[in-house]
Design a protein around this ligand. Structure first.
Ligand SMILES: [Zn+2]
Length: 73
């Protein structure tokens, strides 16, 4: 299990505004200024589901470095 975090600062990739989910050990997490703890999950899929429940209107994507299997953009 790992703790996952949601970066509350939106990112733009291919012109699409979205919010990224990071795993606790991700090296990019240190660059994230404002994030929210999503909780403990076995993988990024559970973390993304939780983030979507909290922010149903946001486009949520997995970080391409720590959660490549949830990176869709
Ligand atoms: Zn990451």
């Amino acid at each position: 299990m790992s703790v996952y975090y949601l970066n509350l600062t939106p990112k733009y990739e291919e012109g699409i505004m979205h919010y990224e989910v990071h795993e606790e050990n991700c090296e990019w997490l240190s660059e994230v200024k404002d994030c929210e703890e999503l909780g403990d999950f076995r993988n990024c899929h559970g973390a993304i589901k939780e983030a979507k429940q909290r922010y149903p209107k946001w486009k949520i994507d997995g970080c391409k470095y720590c959660s490549p299997e949830c990176h869709n953009l």
